[in-house]
Write a protein that binds this ligand. Sequence first.
Ligand code: IPM
Ligand code: MG
Length: 381
Amino acid sequence: MTREDYIKNAAAQFETLLREQLARTDRMRQDCGVKDYTSLPVITVGLIGGDGIGPVIMDQAERVLSVLLDEEISGGRVILKKIGGLTIENRLALGKAVPDDVLAAIRSCDVILKGPTTTPKGGTMESANVTLRRELDLYANVRPVSVPEEGIDWMFYRENTEGEYVLGNRGVEVPGDLSMDFKVTTEPGTRRIARAAFEYAKQNGKTSVSIVTKANIMKKTDGNFSRICHEVAEDYPGIQAEDWYIDIMTANLVNPAIRSKFQVFVLPNLYGDIITDEAAEIQGGVGTAGSANIGDRYAMFEAIHGSAPRMVEEGLADYANPSSIFKAAEMMLRHISLREKADRLAAALTLCCETEKRLTVTGTKDGATCREFTDYVIEKL
Ligand code: IPM
Ligand code: MG
């Protein structure tokens, strides 16, 4: 192909992308209602193992849920439904980020608890996470981080369906010369994540929301993200909306003198991805943080970390820390309004991870295995 051919193809592709994204904004504006879990006679919880250490930690999460929800399961209020097929082998064989039958099974559930899935680097195969977040329209990635002894109680609202991710596998390349990816910020997409963050702040007595962007450089996307967040903030008079740039906020989080004053963060997808790993590390490691992907109709809960292929290669999979997926399970229970169960799990985790700490999972053979630690948590439920 000549350079002119590349330009023509890219221009045509850009038109397609623009039309698709505009159609998506129209869809977002159609209000389909928010699912009310309290009114559901039966709640189906999908359990997905995933890749790498995923099945190891998910097996233990299933054990915990079976004990905790014993009554609900035997009484038919909750169904735990195992969903297979979301493995890197199956996805590569079928050439699909999420195979159709797996997606259909997921859609038949109300909420999902999912182990990490491996994302191939390069190529065109999209990450399963990104596909699921888009297909189920899980627009709010909600990640709590707390370090009680330091007074840190952070809640991150990461936009989860657009930004750098939505067209991440549909960039343009002129081989040998350049490559270009696209970042998308939409009005309704930003408005709904901002609304979610400010609502959380309001419901939980928080007094400030930090809007974190790089609007000095990404003038259109981040500029509008910030503007829309401020517009939403006008509906929340008691809550201060503060603008921060992502670079200095990254530094703030490792500054013990000021970091505990931050409360709620709202930020575009990629910045949210990066800074929540940093925040999780401050809490005690990415193995300790849960993550919720919330939409109006579905919700998916997962560990904040990846599938850790290196741990599997080194024969350490059984030593993986399940705390992160347990935290995710706790968030899930809260989301489906089983608050008392969520509190019980949270209390057991605090005991096992912070107060009593009889067993510690280190990710190496020096520490407890995933199963041993789970036995300990179950004992304390
Ligand atoms: C996360 C992960 C994912 C992301 C990967 C697995 C696609 O890092 O949930 O933070 O980048 O969003
Ligand atoms: Mg991440």
